[in-house]
Design a protein around this ligand. Structure first.
Ligand code: GAR
Length: 219
């Protein structure tokens, strides 16, 4: 890892296991992803991802949503916790809280989320189960800039995965996560290299509107 390159500061928000966080940590260590993970913040004290952060010597913080009277108070505390690290980019990696429009506006153009479906299909929770129930042949994962519309912000990248005979929600989730672990570091690299921006509510890559069909592969 070269110290001469300009690293983009990021803060990662999690609620659970943190395998996407781990993929980002690993990409910094082994693939020279040019970011500096300034902190990992969880709304759940028991999130295993906090342990992953500590093992990588990254500050690991808890802002427990249950300690705040309402969503606005929690988001304000979360924003304060994030902003002490002055990140250029905030990465939602399995962060399972709905965010207020004020919070989202504060990080306009520098807040990314990963979602386990081919958006706009299956916004919200239980995406794998719902995809199976709907009988879709193709499922996948999406990364998007976050706006006030839940899981509705401008899409940046998608990875398709085929639904196989005999799949259940667990097997589908496992393959979706494999795809996530490749796709998220790649998208963060685009942002860190200044290639990915949000402009007039469109995700732009290398000066062109993102064309999702050029970034998906089946498998
Ligand atoms: C990921 O699969 C991510 O797509 C999903 O949570 C999982 C977190 O896994 N996010 C959402 O459902 C957001 N609505 P991880 O903690 O192992 O990275």
């Amino acid at each position: 890892m070269s110290d001469s390159i300009q690293r983009v500061s990021i803060v990662v928000l999690i609620s659970g296991n943190g395998t996407n966080l781990q993929a980002i940590i690993d990409a910094v260590a082994t693939a020279d992803l040019p970011v500096d993970i300034r902190a990992v913040i969880s709304n759940k004290p028991e999130a295993y991802g906090l342990e992953r952060a500590r093992r990588a010597a990254i500050p690991a913080l808890v802002v427990d949503h249950r300690r705040y009277p309402d969503r606005a108070a929690f988001d304000a505390a979360l924003q304060t916790a994030i902003d002490q690290y002055q990140p250029r980019l905030v990465v939602l990696a399995g962060f399972m809280r709905i965010l207020t429009p004020e919070f989202v506006a504060h990080y306009h153009g520098r807040l990314l989320n990963i979602h386990p479906s081919l958006l706009p299909a299956f916004r919200g929770l239980d995406t794998h189960k719902r995809a199976l129930e709907a009988g879709v042949k193709e499922h996948g994962v999406s990364i998007h800039f976050v706006t006030a519309e839940l899981d509705g912000g401008p899409l940046v990248a998608q990875q398709k995965i085929a639904v196989l005979p005999g799949d259940d929600a667990l097997s589908l989730a496992a393959r979706a996560q494999q795809a996530e672990h490749i796709l998220y570091p790649q998208v963060i690299r685009w942002f860190a290299e200044g290639r990915l921006i949000l402009q007039a509510n469109r995700a732009m890559l290398d000066g062109e509107p993102v064309r999702l069909s050029h970034q998906t592969t089946s498998g």
